[in-house]
Design a protein around this ligand. Structure first.
Ligand code: LIP
Length: 305
């Protein structure tokens, strides 16, 4: 089933902006009423009434516009598998913890996958009015005017990188200890055998982390434990910005860095920004070298544990 991606992009931007207004209104209402939130897996895995209202709004709009398409959303997820059918994969409010606290790194993330591959992404942060878009063959943009990445700077080693990581909601070992061990190996001094990256950043939104990688403002983003709705839109945008998406120690397709269902559904993610091609080699080869540099020090765990 072919999809007019130009029309789909225009539609997704329109509903993302409406969802953004709902998020602004919802946060103002929450703060005026000092409203609470519900817990999911534990006391740091949170959801608000606004998450659910925004998802209901997005589902209704998408099903009205594309009745034959499938939908996977964070708040209504019931174990659906990503198939080859056109599927909208949506996180109504990515960065819910930030939303609850008023920290402005929050976005609605609307992705479309066809054949299990993210082909369209719209990510909108209504609190900073930052819109990131990308669709297959149509490039990636910030605020529909600034082409991404804004610059392609060299990155010869992970030691020169600014890397996004997340604490996430899994706070028991082995997840927690492996996460913190990896953070130490990334940041520790080279004289102690560590990578000594320039620094780590923890924004609290997978979707926005990937947008910052697509823009070239972050060099890489690594996380184990988030979900397809956190990354689908970002993968489509990142690919259009020349970036690469990886999963686990080795993707099924090797070190191609091309987003696919196995990467999207695997809950083990690494994203690398566009970099100049290595002498006599390709951009993808340069990115794969950086990916392997990171994976050689990552202490993985099973996100389902
Ligand atoms: C969040 C992700 C983030 C992860 C958090 C949470 P949510 O999504 O964007 O990367 O570390 O645990 O899953 O729950 O705010 O939509």
């Amino acid at each position: 089933m072919s999809v007019d991606l130009d029309a789909a992009l225009k539609f997704a931007v329109s509903i993302a902006k409406e969802a953004g207004q709902m998020m602004r209104d919802g946060q103002a209402r929450r703060f005026s009423q000092d409203a609470g939130q519900e817990e999911k897996a534990n006391s740091v895995d949170l959801v608000t009434e606004c998450d659910q209202q925004v998802e209901k709004f997005l589902v209704a709009k998408i099903k009205a516009e594309y009745p034959d398409h499938k939908f996977i959303g964070e708040e209504s997820y019931d174990g659906e598998k990503v198939t080859d059918d056109p599927t909208w994969i949506v996180d109504p409010i990515d960065g819910t913890t930030n939303f609850i606290h008023g920290f402005p790194m929050v976005a609605t993330s609307i992705g479309l996958a066809i054949g299990g591959i993210p082909v369209l992404g719209v990510i909108y942060n209504p609190f900073l009015d930052l819109l990131y878009t990308g669709a297959e063959g149509r490039g990636a943009y910030m605020n529909e005017s600034i082409k991404l990445p804004t610059a392609v700077r060299s990155l010869d080693s992970l030691s020169e990188a600014l890397v996004a990581v997340e604490y996430g909601s899994s706070r028991r070992d082995p997840a927690l200890s492996n996460k913190l061990d990896t953070f130490k190996r990334l940041t520790g001094d080279k004289r102690d055998g560590h990578k000594m990256v320039h620094s780590l950043r923890s924004v609290g939104s997978a979707a926005l982390n990937i947008c910052f990688v697509a823009a070239g403002q972050l060099d890489a983003y690594w996380e184990i434990g988030c979900w397809p709705w956190d990354v689908c839109a970002g993968m489509a945008i990142l690919k259009e910005a020349g970036g690469a998406s990886y999963a686990g120690k080795m993707t099924e397709k090797g070190w191609t860095g091309e987003p696919n269902a196995a990467i999207m559904a695997g809950r083990k993610y690494l994203f690398i920004r566009q970099v100049p091609a290595a002498k006599g080699d390709t951009v993808r080869a340069a990115q794969a070298t950086l990916a392997k540099e990171l994976y050689d020090i990552v202490e993985e765990w099973d996100p389902a544990s």
